[in-house]
Design a protein around this ligand. Structure first.
Ligand SMILES: Cc1cc2nc3c(=O)[nH]c(=O)nc-3n(C[C@H](O)[C@H](O)[C@H](O)COP(=O)(O)OP(=O)(O)OC[C@H]3O[C@@H](n4cnc5c(N)ncnc54)[C@H](O)[C@@H]3O)c2cc1C
Length: 407
């Protein structure tokens, strides 16, 4: 069977629109907001209404849903019922928008990682209620990061409500989003099966943003510490099933990662491509020829290095598309989602750093965006599960080991 690796025509419009936005809106303001940490880029408001309009019209291009993911595949693209749906479209949009500026991308209103979480597990009623909010994602706490089973924030049932108490840190878009998807346990004694996610409005009694973090990269993105103190939300705000099923364990909330990891991978793919394009330009200007018909080892060292990095880029791209495609086609994709994020996270860090090296003083200077991309890249290999955690998940799946057997 032949494999067609070209994108279907209807997705090309998404790519094109997202690229225009990235090129015309993001790139020109990229440096400005890198040097004004935490300042809200007013330019994004125009983009938000554009996205909203496109989403309403069902033409969610320009990366609308760029980080959002979607439960609803849009059209069948082949007779066999193969779908190229919301996840694929979002991944492609994310690649383009992150090519423009990944920090700004994480700041686009209504495109939060919490939106992907909602899309992954919400029922129809909740999709109606929360489909159009701007949702940040709050898992991490002062006491844990990687070990997401260690959630200590509590959600105590009280009549028709849950009362949430706890502290979340490093919440991307935590001070700007309209809502926060919060992981909390409904019963500490029941372990990971009792961890559920709740949609909480940010401006709500009991919710307070305590501080914003100063960071290495993605400086325009607001990274917030948020306290929940006797914060009361209706029971309907619990995403997925409220049952504590110890046999299913962590299933419910972990499912959100199957949607969000390919999106973070897509961001990595976008930044990698930005860096490679810039490097190609400089190599050409320096008279270094990249020849795909000659073995790499017979070429200029920089050209050989370019070819190696481009192969990593292609692998990241294809793994990301596969993970998103599987999500659209309702195929279990946890392993593939982790593979895409592991590869794309590793590649974007490697490539952006190497491109700074290869372009010398120019690469390290602020004349170009290369040094910024090298700083921005690192987070893509950390949040939504670090490199090591992705490798652990992949190993468990490949070796058929439980989390107790391999940790
Ligand atoms: C800028 C930024 C934005 C963020 N945004 C969000 C957000 O929106 N929402 C959210 O909930 N969180 C967010 N985070 C938190 C992020 O998800 C965590 O930092 C990440 O999961 C790692 O957790 P940790 O920092 O506690 O590191 P730790 O878990 O303490 O890990 C430290 C190191 O040990 C390694 N390690 C840990 N366990 C193992 C193991 N079993 N085997 C091998 N190696 C291991 C890790 O890979 C890492 O290298 C953000 C973080 C940053 C920096």
């Amino acid at each position: 069977m032949a494999i067609n690796l070209e994108l279907p025509k209807k997705l090309l419009a998404t790519v094109d629109q997202a690229h225009q936005a990235a090129s015309n809106i993001f790139r020109p303001i990229s440096r400005k907001y890198d040097s004004r940490e935490h300042e809200y880029p007013a330019e994004l408001d125009t983009l938000a209404s554009l996205y909203e309009g496109l989403a309403d019209a069902g033409a969610a291009g320009a990366g609308a849903g760029a980080a959002g993911g979607s439960k609803t595949p849009q059209k069948d693209s082949a007779k066999g019922g193969v779908k190229n749906g919301g996840n694929m479209q979002s991944a492609l949009g994310a690649m383009e928008v992150a090519w423009g500026d990944v920090g700004l991308m994480l700041t686009i209103p209504y495109q939060g990682l919490g939106n992907a979480a909602i899309a992954a597990v919400a029922n129809d009623e909740q999709l109606k209620k929360f489909g159009k909010v701007w949702a940040a994602m709050a898992i991490t706490e002062p006491g844990f990061g990687s070990d997401s089973a260690a959630v200590s924030t509590t959600a105590t049932a009280d009549g028709d409500d849950y009362i949430i108490n706890g502290e979340k840190i490093y919440v991307t878009a935590g001070s700007r989003a309209t809502h926060i998807v919060v992981w909390a346990t409904v019963d500490k004694s029941a372990g990971r099966a009792a961890i559920k996610s709740f949609v909480v409005p940010r401006e709500h009694p009991g919710v307070s943003v305590e501080r914003l973090e100063h960071k290495l990269g993605i400086k325009v993105s607001d990274t917030a510490a948020i306290r929940f103190e006797n914060c009361r939300v209706p029971k309907e705000n619990l995403l997925g099933s409220p049952d504590v099923d110890t046999k299913k364990g962590f299933g419910g909330v972990m499912q959100t990662f199957d949607n969000t990891r390919p999106m973070v991978a897509a961001m990595g793919v976008g930044v990698t491509r930005a860096a490679l394009e810039e490097l190609r330009k400089h190599l050409e200007e320096a008279g270094v020829e990249i020849d795909y018909d000659k073995p790499a080892h017979t070429q200029h060292a920089a050209a050989a290095e370019f070819i190696r990095m481009e192969a990593d880029y292609e692998a990241s791209y294809l793994l990301t598309l596969r993970a998103a495609w599987m999500a659209d086609n309702k195929q279990p994709n946890s392993k593939e989602a982790s593979m895409s994020k592991a590869k794309a996270g590793r590649t974007v860090v490697d490539v952006t750093t190497r491109v700074v090296e290869l372009t010398g003083t120019l690469g390290y200077s602020e004349h170009l965006l290369l040094e910024k991309w090298a700083r921005d890249a690192k987070i893509l290999d950390i949040f939504e599960g670090t490199q090591q955690i992705q490798n652990l998940i992949i190993a468990r799946r490949v070796l058929n080991k439980s989390s107790a057997e391999l940790k």
